[in-house]
Design a protein around this ligand. Sequence first.
Ligand code: HEC
Ligand code: HEC
Length: 313
Amino acid sequence: MPKDHQAGEAGTVRRWLRPRTVAPFALVGAVGIIGLIAFSPGSAHASSTATPAPVQATANTATSSQASAYVSSNANPPHLGGQAPSKQLGLYYITLPRSYIAPGAALFAANCSTCHGPQALGGTKAPNLQGLGAGTVDFWVSTGRMPLANSSIQATRKPPRFNRLQTLEVSAWVQSLTPGEGVQIPVVNTSLGNLEQGNTLFTLNCAACHTITGAGDALMDGAYAPTLHLATPTQIVEAIRSGPGNMPRFGPGNITNTNARDIAAYVTKVLQHPTNAGGIGLGGIGPVGEGFVALLIGVGALMLVCFWIGDRA
Ligand code: HEC
Ligand code: HEC
């Protein structure tokens, strides 16, 4: 009796290990692994791990020890971020110190003038920068888009070439060519942000291009709206006010400073830290990834049912 029972069990196992019962599992497994690799957030940011080329720090030796303090953080030097009247709102704009202009001029001459021209007026290789303001320059340099390494269809986010102080110095020099014009550098206090309001404003103004999760998506003509998962509050407000590349520019008439603060808070506090309350996040890339997984599990299960029915008949 125990012997029979054992033989029966082994028979069942053998019956289930036949190729056509194992095939669906193998298929589901293989496609699942491919899907995980293709949709894992790691692959999307693979380029950001490239090591940045060294900066030729010219005429900047006097401030270099001071500069190193800001290399790792994206915070503005402590003596900036002062006594602006609108500080209570959690978003205000600063004027960079005059002492930044001279070292900024040297950095620009060494790293930017070959394309943008000695007076930043642009030319055949690159656009005019005069009148754009320190905030626009800060956005392009702090996100590593500039200095441009090779001409692609759209400048991409890279590890920044300059530290925080050098970035502000270049920005100060470009600003000094057209004082008061363009986008100034914002200081954003996201702890004062209203996340619910930020959610509404983001859905209305940004999600069409950057998707509801902020993961980004392709646009027309080879352009794309990048992921927002790497942007700082300062960069978010600078993007809103300056409208980089194919992104529209939102003035204070469309998005007030309070609105911009709420959007920056929502992106950095909610979108950049998804809780995935409903289960695994699947990379947060939206319906494509989710549909893929649903199809995979659904088709796999259906195949199993079909084989099981076939076996019984
Ligand atoms: C190899 C050439 C090249 C170099 C070097 C370069 N740029 Fe650019 N820059 C470009 C091009 C091309 C664009 C337009 C890119 C785009 O629209 O995606 C651009 C765009 C910009 C913009 C945005 C202009 C706008 O109209 O919105 C800013 C700001 C900028 N560059 C600043 C700098 C600064 C500061 C440096 C030096 C740190 C620098 N660039 C170095 C080629 C260059
Ligand atoms: C019409 C499509 C469109 C809309 C709407 C839009 N963006 Fe963008 N956004 C873009 C594109 C395109 C870029 C890339 C620009 C470039 O690099 O040339 C971008 C870049 C950015 C970046 C830089 C990301 C990084 O890390 O490099 C931020 C931040 C950003 N957008 C925030 C926003 C916010 C906030 C809103 C809503 C207020 C918004 N965008 C609305 C298209 C859009």
